[in-house]
Design a protein around this ligand. Sequence first.
Ligand code: HEM
Length: 261
Amino acid sequence: MPPLTYANYLDLEKLLTLQRPRSSPAEHDEMLFIVIHQTYELWFKQLLHEFEKVKRDFSAGDLFGAIHSFKRTRTIMKTLVGQIDILETMTPSSFSSFRDRLDTASGFQSVQFRELEFLLGYKRSSALAHVKPEFPGADRLQRRITERTVIDHFYDFLATRGATIPEELKNRDVTQPNGPDERVQQEILRLYKSSPDVSILFELMTDFDEGLQEWRYRHIKLVERTIGAKYGTGGSPGVPFLKESLFKPIFHDLWAVRHEM
Ligand code: HEM
């Protein structure tokens, strides 16, 4: 057995052959476009890994475990937002020079991004239309639809802190998105006032949520400055379509109580 090295532990030889620009003659910026997207997918993978742990922490009533993970996920989110700056160094004409090579490939088809939305509680069946059954990971996405979300596990956590969670929320149809609930908001408000340690968690969750909305906003601006009013390669009207999910929070109940504090 050869000794473990930096390169073979990380499987670098494989990793570094995975960037394969398609433009010919080669367009300089296509490499950046590929590296950025692959980096995003790796971070999506890490976020999915963290939120699986968060679900377990929540149901076990492990406040500090959840705090620790939310600190990490909101920091990853900041990195995801920051990376857009790098891609914005690519001009519209530079992108146009290889855009045709993308054919109908689009972020629409990112299975992991959808998994993340579904795992968090933002389940939208319309998104499934862009993920064909033969896509790698399509089965994982299907499974996520039938799984309890981070918010469902958050209800478990609130219950461990004495909150009364309505039966209809405990037994809700988990294939549907989580929505706001005034009774949950009252419990959150009570905990904000009575439990400073739990309020740290609530703030970190809000940070993450704000980060995701910030990413959506920055992605739209990136799209707008790079392709303007063009349709997306995935076939959507582009910017107007993306604006539909702008400012939509994941953790509705945490946003809904802020004026009452
Ligand atoms: C030049 C850069 C980019 C352009 C022009 C662009 C353009 C678009 C457009 C037009 C859409 C709407 C769907 C469609 O019709 O194709 C879209 C969706 C999407 N893009 Fe990008 N994008 C860019 C970079 C990125 C990057 C770096 C990521 C990181 C993973 C990303 C992830 C996504 C995701 C996840 C969606 C689906 C969003 C949703 O359904 O809410 N995009 N993109």
